[in-house]
Write a new protein. Structure first.
Ligand code: C2O
Ligand code: CU
Length: 501
């Protein structure tokens, strides 16, 4: 499977995790040269201008809807690793445009599938009707266009979108079927945040890849770690060895871990502090002064960093705290993105001391607790099944979800449609970096995370949303379940699901 999408289905590729092979390959990696010990990652040579995905704000039609046209296509893109690679691009040769929308907009997405295989586009972190969610039930046949519509109603945030066909998500996202999605709210007034896209407000989509000697990206979603694929080369927005030309005193980086399995612990190579202003689904209640922010796959953070004229500083990933010996899951210290400041920098505003919040939920209002036990590639003993609804949730109920990782290895947990709050991790309240709106949470081995959430507005007894581990190989293997949101007294009606199992 070198450089080519796997020909067999994920079901055919499923097999148990081979620990002996993992250990062997790791030993070989450690013995090899050109990689940092314990990281399996090569130190990049910085020198390539950071690619900035095109900003797409859609076109507003007569009825006031904002329409976005997205074309998911097989492409060629040169990662600078010895020649062009086959990729998936969305309106581009690799990844997709950054979509920008405003709270209150009614959007119309036209997603054309120009691939030779089934795909979907899921709006990760979006509050959206289940039919418009773009999960595994909204498959788009090759040649077809899918056109969901909904009204944006959630706090400003850095979301993303990516393909989500069951069993094929890991390989498609890796090949490039993903992009960033920004939500804005002009009614919040001026918070002093850098907001000029591509100038002082910069998408940072971080992925690890491996390449053949002639530059093809190696598509191997299963990889050699039990958590899935770990690459030996970091790219940002597709750029290897990226350099960003900083022209302002402050720069806002929208960090997205779009990797299959790797967890990053971001900081700077001189350990400078920065302000973390937002997590997955919106602002923290105040800027958090810190020198590290850890992101597992699908998590986001917005940070604002101050630079000095003429300096060079590297966004770097340090060994993550995984709650388990990280050496088997990708560790080490590696440069990610170089910021190169001009000799003269345009002044930047001061950031507001408090950041606006949607009204928080209270755990004392919770109707009950729903429990999810992750172990052995299943949730509550059941691997994902397309024609089974696992949970039925009543709209507007506030619930506590308790997610227990009973495995010796890392997982994380993502819930569609909603931003939740983390109540506690093994009984301890989350730190400030994890206290904002979240849609994905890291769940360390043998630990339990409790989250508080509420599904509102949309009900549909037939079409489910997903919850799952966002380590993409785990998700493909079936660490995923389906829930419907219904009106009080209504029950799930999974009839519609039987057409496409
Ligand atoms: Cu980012 Cu169900 O996915
Ligand atoms: Cu997992």
């Amino acid at each position: 499977m070198w450089g080519q999408p796997p020909a067999t289905s994920a079901r055919g590729r499923r097999r148990s995790i081979d620990t002996a092979a993992t250990v062997l390959v790791l030993a070989l990696l450690l013995a090899g040269c050109g990689v940092l010990p314990g990281s399996g990652i090569a130190a990049p040579e910085f020198g390539n201008p950071l690619r900035i995905p095109e900003l797409l704000e859609g076109s507003v039609s007569g009825d006031g809807r904002r329409s976005f046209d997205l074309d998911v296509t097989e492409r060629q893109f040169d990662f600078g690793q010895g020649g062009p690679s086959s990729t998936i691009g969305i309106n581009s040769n690799y990844l997709g445009p950054t979509l920008r929308m405003t709270r209150g907009d009614t959007v119309n997405m036209n997603v054309q599938n120009s691939l030779q295989e089934l795909t979907t586009l899921h709006w990760h972190g979006m509050h959206v009707p289940a039919r418009a969610d773009g999960g595994p039930h909204q498959l788009i046949d090759p040649g077809d266009t899918w056109s969901p519509s909904w009204t944006i109603d959630q706090a400003p945030a850095t979301l993303w979108y990516h393909s989500h066909p069951h069993g094929e998500t890991a390989q498609q996202v890796y090949r490039g079927a993903a992009g960033m999605l920004l939500i804005e709210d002009p009614n919040q007034g001026d918070l002093g945040l850098p907001d000029e896209y591509g100038v002082d407000d910069v998408p940072v989509i971080v992925q690890d890849k491996s390449f053949t000697s002639d530059g093809q990206q190696i598509v191997d979603p299963e990889g050699t770690a039990s958590t899935g694929f770990l690459g030996d080369t970091i790219v940002v927005n597709g750029t290897y060895g990226p350099v960003f030309d900083v022209t302002t005193q402050k720069i806002r980086l929208r960090l997205l871990n779009a990797s299959n399995a790797r967890v990053y612990n971001f900081g700077f190579d001189d350990d400078r502090e920065f302000e973390m202003i937002a997590g997955d689904g919106g602002y923290l209640d105040a800027p958090l002064r810190t020198d590290r922010v850890q992101l597992s796959p699908a998590e986001r953070a917005e940070i604002v960093v101050t630079v000095r004229p003429g300096e060079e500083v590297q966004l770097t990933s340090y060994p993550p705290d995984l709650g388990v010996n990280p050496s088997r899951y990708g560790t080490g210290t590696v440069g990610v993105l170089q910021l190169r400041a001009r000799e003269t920098l345009a002044p930047s505003a001061d950031i507001a001391e408090e950041l606006p919040q949607d009204p928080p939920l209270s755990p004392s209002d919770a109707a009950g607790t729903r429990r999810f036990r992750i172990s052995g590639l299943a949730i509550n003993g059941r691997p994902m099944q397309m024609n089974r609804i696992d949970d039925t949730v009543t709209v507007d109920d506030i619930e506590i979800w308790e997610i227990a990782n009973r495995d010796p290895q890392p997982h994380n947990f993502h819930v569609h449609d909603v931003q939740f709050r983390i109540l506690d991790i093994d009984g301890e309240p989350p730190g400030p970096a994890l206290s904002g709106p979240k849609d994905t949470v890291y769940v360390p081995p043998q630990r339990t995370v409790r989250i508080l959430l509420q599904f509102s507005d949309y009900t549909d007894p037939q079409w489910p949303y997903m919850y799952h581990c966002h380590l993409l190989w785990h998700e493909d293997l079936g660490i995923m379940g389906q829930f419907v949101v219904v009106r009080p007294g209504q029950s799930a009606d999974p009839q519609a699901l039987h057409n496409h199992t």
